[in-house]
Design a protein around this ligand. Sequence first.
Ligand code: F6R
Length: 357
Amino acid sequence: EKGTYPHYMLKEIDEQPLAIRKIIQQYRAEDGKLTIDPAIIDAVKAADRLYIIAAGTSYHAGLLGKQFIESLAKIPVEVHVASEFSYNMPLLSEKPLFIFITQSGETADSRAVLVQVKELGYPAITITNVPGSTLSREADYTLLLHAGPEIAVASTKAYTAQMAVLSILAEVTGRSKGYDSSFDLVHELGIIANAMEVVFEQKEELETIAREYLSTTRNAFFIGRGIDYYVGLEGALKLKEISYIQAEGFAGGELKHGTIALIEDGTPIIALATQESVNLSIRGNVKEVVARGANPCIISMKGLEMDGDRFIVPAVHELLTPLISVLPLQLISYYAALHRDCDVDKPRNLAKSVTVE
Ligand code: F6R
C-alpha cells in the first residue's frame, strides 16, 4: 500500500534504509557476524570464475557485485546482459558458477540463460526479491533480498538491496577464504542506512536540481569513473524510464572519444565524484565538457567535495558508495518526471516484469 505517499516509487526510495537494516538482520548470525548458507559459500569457492547474469537495473547491480567480489573474495567475475548471453555465449571457464540477479525472479531473458546453463550441468544461485519465483525455484540456491514488494516499475530499493546482498556474499566468501577480516561490513552497512536518511533530509534540494537541470532538456549525460561510472549507468536508466529524457551514462575518460560531440550549450552533465583515486581526473573530464558549454551538476562525497559541487552525500566506505550515491540520482529522476508530468509509477511501454524474451 502507498499510504500517504503520492507514488510507489517515492515510498520505495524511502524504504531503502529499512531494507538495508532488514538485510543485516537476516544475514547476521548469533555471533554478530554476517553469514550465508555454507553450501552456497562452498559452491562459490569451488568455482574458478563467476558469471553474473541479469537485465536492466539488476545488471547494473551486477557490475558493482563484480567489484565487491573481486576485491573482497578475489574470484574473477564476468557480468553479462542476459539477452546477449543466451544468443552469444562466451567461452566459459572450467568451473563456472552462475549468479542470476533478478528482482522479480521472472525475467524471461535471465531464465533462458538459467535453462541453458542447467542443461550444461553448471551450478546456479539466484539473488531475488521474490521467494518461490521461477528463477529461485530453478536454481540450486537462492539468496533473498528482503526488500519487501517493489511495485513501481522503476526499480529502486531492489537495486540497493541487490548490492547489499552481493557485498555480503563477497565478504563472507572472502572471510571464509581467510582474507583480511578487518572490514566490518555490518558496521559499514549500518553507516549506509543512516547516511541514506541524511540524503532524504535534502529532498527539496534534489527537487530544485531536477527543476533547474532537467525540466526542459532533451538529453542528459551521467559521467563517472570506476564505481561511479556504473552508478551513472543506473542514473541514466532511471531518468530515461520515467521522464523520457534521452540519457546516457559514460565513463568520464571515454566521453572525449566521440560522445563529447553531443555536448551543446546547457547540456546537463551529472558527474559523480565519490572515489578518492579518480577525484581529480573526473573533475578534469567535467572541465572538458564545461568548455563546450555543458551545465555541470557534480555530486560528490563528504571529504572529497570541492567548491561548486551541487550535492554532497555523507561519507561511507569507498567500496559501498553506490548504495548512497544512487539515491540523489533516483530522486532527481523522480522529480524530473513529476516536473514533466510523466506517470512515475507506470511509465509508457514498460511492465514490471518482462516475461518475454
Ligand atoms: C529498471 C527496471 C528494469 C529491470 C529489468 C530486470 O528500473 O525495472 O530494467 O531491472 O527488467 O528485472 P528483474 O530484476 O526483475 O529481472
